[in-house]
Design a protein around this ligand. Sequence first.
Ligand SMILES: [Zn+2]
Length: 176
Amino acid sequence: MNDMPALRVGQGIDVHAFSDDPARPLVLGGVVIAGDGVQGLDGHSDADAVSHAIADAVLGAAGLGDLGRHMPDTDAEWAGADSLDILRRVVALAAEAGWCAVNADCTIVAERPRLAPYVATMAERLAVALGAPVNVKATRAEGLGALGRAEGIACTAVVLMAAAPSVTADRPGEVR
Ligand SMILES: [Zn+2]
């Protein structure tokens, strides 16, 4: 083709509603966020919207569909799962397809709680799971819509992936 390195971009978005169950912890980017009045999110796994958005972006970049296809929420294996494990599994699937991450960037939309004290730790844990640098940003919905009414938390992510060095030029996607 040409001398351009084989690069692919993927994007992901995930939304979870707050849970009524006071025992559910709030987990974002692999970090448990504690504090008075902090509600957990509803979901089949630990409902970590940040890990899920990044995992979906990895699958998108690698052309592997979406998270629901690989880890359906009807599958008991993923009930209460640590979503960093889900991200690691997805990274392994992408590696099998010949793609490794270059970097990721994500934005959490949360009216509350305040996430600024946690984003650096999230970025560290996500980077270990992804095997590449991760940037984590947090913003508010300024009172608008369901997110603004603090009914849940959303996260968007983009991931850049490069062809793994062992991938052959004439058989892209195939690892030698
Ligand atoms: Zn999710």
